[in-house]
Design a protein around this ligand. Sequence first.
Ligand code: MG
Length: 375
Amino acid sequence: MPSTELASYAADANNTRGRLVREEKPSGRSEFQRDRDRIIHSSAFRRLEYKTQVFVNHEGDMFRTRLTHSIEVAQIGRSIARCLSLNEDLVEAISLAHDLGHTPFGHAGQDALNACMKEYGGFEHNLQSLRVVDVLEERYAEFNGLNLCFETREGILKHCSLENAGRLGEVGERFLLGRSTTLEGQLANLADEIAYNNHDVDDGLRSGLITLEQLSAVRLFASHLELARKAYPQLDERRMTHETIRRMINTQVNDLMVATQKNIQLHGVRNIDDVRSAPALVAFSAEIHAQNKEMKSFLHTHLYRHYRVMRMSAKARRIIGDLFQAFMDDKRMLPPQYIKQAEQNHARAVADYIAGMTDRYAIREHRRIFAVEEI
Ligand code: MG
């Protein structure tokens, strides 16, 4: 596949470091396109539809799920990649896969499972996303997982403790050596941030847990709301909200492109080796970075710790804690496909099973195990 329009420092699918199991080159598509296609056809990808971040899946059909979130991340990532002449296919593959390892019930679920796994090596969703694509998917005759390219795998592994990095081999090396991932990996990470900050504002307002008035204290929102109000004084509140969020996304995307371009020039980056030895280059300007931080801290205080969210989080913790304990007490209650793995590593098999559940599946499984009236 020709890749003439790529910048010299972009990740080129023709020069991938390759897959764990060697395969023939794909025909009619690039290596990273093949990764993207495999991710879309995976079962973990389909389950994202019924997993949520802030709002639990049954709370309303209008809220983001992890699936629509991942698609938004891919959209933002690809737009920026195209402008910067980076590899769109790689950004898309990483974006669509970045949350595959997420537990049900968002961050509350991740924290609960991590607490359960404390004595057994912990649970971390980035690591689990990598585990899904490296080990857990069962779709191919020749290998476990999806056998993705190195560049896609390292992009999925955004963060990693040094202890885990040491265990992961080549894909964990950069954490030990203090090197950077591809610009595409860095970009997918910040596209994630743009997507969730903005859609959490949108979903937060829609749910009524936060209000326009509260948000007027946050510079990023207030400045764009003011511009939207000036341009369209007659607009109703719902459209005003959307117009404001649209403008916020646009500002963040443009800011990221300009600041990143500057960083690339500043560090004299010419090829991918320069990218790997430079600090993170995909970044916002100092001003927008500060405004984003302010928005995040607003969301933490007013949305993620809202009493109604806290109630759901507590419920999620109980469900996951109960399920974990039940399967640890008696592994014979695990579905047959987990038994073999449970004989080698009981706790990890239980964590894999629970992490793969959707919100509603976890609620149902909890009922099946604990409610006496159900069979
Ligand atoms: Mg995400």
